[in-house]
Every structure is written in structure tokens, then in C-alpha cells.
Design a protein around this ligand. Structure first.
Ligand code: ZN
Length: 347
């Protein structure tokens, strides 16, 4: 059998119109004037895999190629040379729109699974493995940036600071049993943008604003807020949240051992803490841990619920401790349920 083909000699990009002849033991390629270009046995030939509906290439051992579009010639050469089963499978998959659809759905499902479960699990793993030195450095840089952009110096009286540090000490000690964090209370003025709020830094430092302290009607309310913030510290929510939102590259470099790369999160943390806030899942988790802590230490969650509700109503911005009113209402209902269940369990 003969058919026209486009010939490339493998040395230049120039193409030549040629005629390919199928022989009993191989092929011969002639130019338009009948001069011999190639002669090869089947053993020294290969055929490019069938992909989509593209032309196939007959490849010669010396690097030359013939582009084939004649289906009968391709069929005969396929029969003599065969093609790898893997490529046949690709061709079958490509040829069937149902398979393409199913494959696409599987791929989307896989990506969804990685985004929903894989990345958060990897971020948790990296965050939990982060050494104290990195947590300290991250916290230090974050406070610096927050001070520059958001906070003013606290105007709280010195005796109030002493009282609040005394209130914080046992909460911090209880939460620090399992982790290496060094808790410390930092006082700042929130001003118009931040208002009444509290922020947990990775090292265990809690920034609390004058406005929140003024808003509190009892030390128990502040203790509830501090327990909630320490739960964020214990679960390393700030680093996990920043890692999940900083990008897969950073996460992978931390996972494969370059744990120092997470120190570059310092640029992301202030935004996470003050502007974007935590995910509802992290807030609910911190609430649950704080509630169990308060109940286990013989207290009630009511003061914490009260200040959370007041902060949402009076806050100038949607910030980290709370988001929107319905979300806060849901959180308060969840806490009431936790307390009711706890008390039922005690009976
Ligand atoms: Zn929170």
C-alpha cells in the first residue's frame, strides 16, 4: 500500500511532501521525485500513540518522522507495530464523552476532598509540629504589625492590669499543661476600628483591648473570653487558618521539612486575626473547649455568653471573636446545649 505523507528529517524543521510505501518487512519513503528518503524494517519503527483525532507520526530510528493522516495506512501500521496498551486506554477514554464526564467528576471530587479535608489536616499537622521559637517569632512580628496598623497604647490603670493578670494566670496555667506556650496578657486600646476585642497569638499571648475590659460587667465574663482565646492558642488556630489560606506551596514546604518557612506567615497573621477572622468551625471549637473548661472548673458559661452577645451588638466591626449576629446567636445556643448536656451528665 502507498499513501502521501509529510516527511521531517529530524535535523531541521523543514517538511517535505513524500510518498510512503508499505512493504512486507518494513516501509520505504520517497520524495516527490521518487528519490529514496528512508528505508526501515518494522523492528526499527514506532508509531506515536493515538491521542484525540490528531495525525499519527511514524518514527524512524535515526530521528526522522512521517506525519500520517491516511486512516487505512495507520490501521495497517498499527497492526504491524502495535501501540502500548496504556495509550490505547487513553484513546478509549478520550473517545468516550461519558468517560470524560465521569473522569472530570472524579477529578473535581478529588480536588474538593483535598481542599476540604487534605489541606486542613496537613495544616494542623504542620501547626502542631511548629517549635516554640517559631511561635515566639511569629507572635512578636504579628504584634509589631498590629501595633503599627491598628492599636494604640492602653489607657488602663496599672492596678486593673495587675488584677487582670491575676485573673489570667490560672486560665493560662490550665491551658498550658499540654502545650509549650508562654501565656501573657497584652493591653492595648482598640480605638474606632477594633473596639472591644481580644486576639490570641500563636505563642499564647492574648491581646485584650481597653474597650473589652470596660464592657465587661464581671471578671467571670473576661475569664470566659480568655478561656476562648486560650482554646485558639491550644488548637493553634491562627497558624492553621493562615496556613490554609496562604497557599499550598508554603504548606508543602513546611510538610517536607522546611518548617522555618512558616515564619513567613507573619505577614498573613495580622489579617487573619483582625480582618478576616477565624472560620466558624474554629470559633465553635474554641467555644466548646472554653465551655468545657469553665464547666469543669465549677463555673457556668452564662457570663461568657453574655459578653459575647454584648460584644456583637456594640462592636464597630466584624472581628475575630465574633462575626455576624445570626452566627453569634447560633454559637450562644450551642453553648447552652453544651452546658445542658454537661449538667445532665452530672446528674
Ligand atoms: Zn475566637
Amino acid at each position: 500500500m502507498d499513501c502521501p505523507a509529510t516527511y521531517l528529517d529530524g535535523r531541521s524543521s523543514q517538511t517535505h511532501q513524500a510518498m510512503i510505501h508499505l512493504l512486507s518487512d518494513g516501509v520505504r519513503v520517497d520524495d516527490e521525485d521518487g528519490n529514496l528518503l528512508e528505508r526501515a524494517m518494522f523492528a526499527n519503527l514506532s508509531l506515536s500513540p493515538p491521542l484525540s483525532n490528531r495525525d499519527r507520526f511514524l518514527k524512524f530510528a535515526g530521528g526522522a518522522r512521517c506525519q500520517l493522516s491516511e486512516p487505512e495506512m495507520i490501521r495497517l501500521l498499527d497492526a504491524r507495530l502495535g501501540s502500548s496498551p496504556g495509550f490505547d486506554m487513553v484513546h478509549i477514554l478520550e473517545s468516550s464523552w461519558r468517560m470524560v464526564l465521569v473522569s472530570s467528576i472524579c477529578l473535581i471530587g478529588f480536588i474538593w476532598g483535598v481542599m476540604t479535608y487534605g489541606i486542613p489536616a496537613a495544616a494542623r499537622h504542620v501547626a502542631m509540629a511548629a517549635p516554640p521559637a517559631i511561635m515566639d517569632s511569629l507572635s512578636h512580628k504579628t504584634v509589631e504589625m498590629l501595633d503599627e496598623r491598628f492599636f494604640d497604647e492602653s489607657e488602663l490603670a496599672e492596678y486593673r492590669k495587675v488584677e487582670l493578670r491575676a485573673l489570667f494566670a490560672p486560665v493560662c496555667a490550665d491551658f498550658s499543661q499540654d502545650s509549650l506556650c508562654a501565656g501573657e496578657l497584652l493591653f492595648r486600646k482598640g480605638g474606632d476600628r477594633i473596639g472591644a476585642n481580644a486576639f490570641a497569638l500563636p505563642s499564647g499571648q492574648i491581646v485584650i483591648t481597653d474597650e473589652l475590659i470596660d464592657m465587661a460587667r464581671s471578671p467571670q465574663e473576661i475569664a470566659g473570653v480568655l478561656a476562648h482565646e486560650m482554646a485558639h492558642v491550644g488548637e493553634r488556630h491562627s497558624i492553621r487558618h493562615a496556613l490554609q489560606h496562604t497557599g499550598v506551596f508554603l504548606l508543602i514546604s513546611a510538610l517536607v521539612g522546611d518548617i522555618g518557612s512558616i515564619s513567613s506567615l507573619a505577614t498573613t497573621l495580622p489579617t487573619v486575626l483582625v480582618e478576616s477572622g477565624y472560620s466558624r468551625k474554629f470559633e465553635e471549637e474554641a467555644d466548646r473547649i472554653a465551655c468545657i473548661y469553665l464547666l469543669e472548673s465549677g463555673r457556668t458559661t452564662a457570663p461568657y455568653q453574655a459578653i459575647l452577645s454584648r460584644m456583637t451588638e456594640e462592636s464597630p466591626s466584624d472581628s475575630s471573636l465574633f462575626t455576624t449576629h445570626p452566627a453569634t446567636e447560633k454559637r450562644i445556643m450551642a453553648m447552652q446545649e453544651i452546658e445542658a448536656q454537661y449538667r445532665r451528665g452530672l446528674r
